[in-house]
Design a protein around this ligand. Structure first.
Ligand code: PGA
Length: 251
């Protein structure tokens, strides 16, 4: 059985005080967490306070990005080694905002995947198509290509540390969610690609999230789909009660 995984991607939101307040209130209200894994990904500047607030709980902390080197002359970058040091267990890699706004390539994303694993981080690897690609009927081929590139040189054993997040770009931050049937069909395709690239066993055990305008009102329907193992939540993760409802709806 794949354990549901619900992740909050705060993007470039919340200063230190707000992050700490969220973490403390969320921990208190959530209570004991057994049936799902919850990962909160604040901005770099809030990682330390959030990691501190979650210490001794089952809630995990993730970063939203990393640079694929241990250390060196890379001004402004943060290494996976530093993320481990600050208390992260996860890192998000390949988010569409980084692919589009910061022009990250598939090759660079693959380097980050390899580096994150090397330094002991688990990762949430994001893939997704644009509206134009969906309308042109090339979604499945596009996602296969993104997976092949991002997972180049990644072994079957390493796949245990990877969660895939399918996030259709047209659904991110737009309020438009993919219908649960479309999300299910595409995520089933992603699973089939993993069976081709690795084995039926890897396809069966890998957790695949849906992301894109997930809210308390659509979480249950999404989670009812057999291949959807969790969600990656942006906007609706910024407020404690709304994210709590999503976590509860995912169990
Ligand atoms: P959203 O963002 O929930 O605000 O659509 C999701 C994401 O980008 O991970």
């Amino acid at each position: 059985m794949r354990k549901p995984i619900v992740a909050a991607n705060w993007k470039m939101h919340k200063c230190i005080n707000e992050s700490e307040q969220f973490a403390r209130e969320f921990t208190e209200k959530l209570g004991i967490l057994e049936k799902a894994e919850v990962v909160i990904c604040p901005p770099f500047t809030s990682l330390a306070v959030v990691a501190d607030a979650f210490e001794g709980t089952a809630i995990k902390v993730g970063a939203q990005n990393c640079f694929p080197k241990e250390q060196g002359a890379y001004t402004g970058e943060v290494s996976p080694h530093m993320l481990r040091d600050i208390g992260c267990q996860f890192v998000i890699i390949g988010h569409s905002e980084r692919r589009q706004i910061l022009e990250e390539t598939d090759e660079f994303i693959n380097e980050k995947v390899q580096a994150a694993l090397k330094f002991g981080l688990k990762l949430i690897l994001c893939i997704g198509e644009t509206l134009e690609q969906r309308e042109n009927g090339i979604t499945n081929a596009w996602l296969r290509g993104q997976l092949e590139a991002a997972l180049a040189n990644i072994t079957e054993d390493q796949m245990e540390e990877i969660v895939i997040a399918y996030e259709p770009i047209w659904a991110i931050g737009t309020g438009v969610t993919a219908s649960s049937q479309d999300a299910q069909a595409t995520i089933k395709h992603v699973r089939d690609v993993l069976a081709d690239l690795y084995s039926p066993k890897i396809a069966e055990q890998t957790r695949i999230q849906y992301g894109g305008s997930v809210k308390p009102s659509n979480i249950r329907e999404l989670m009812e789909q057999p291949d959807i193992d969790g969600v990656l939540v942006g906007g609706a993760s910024l407020e404690v009660n709304s994210f709590l409802e999503i976590v509860r709806g995912a169990i």
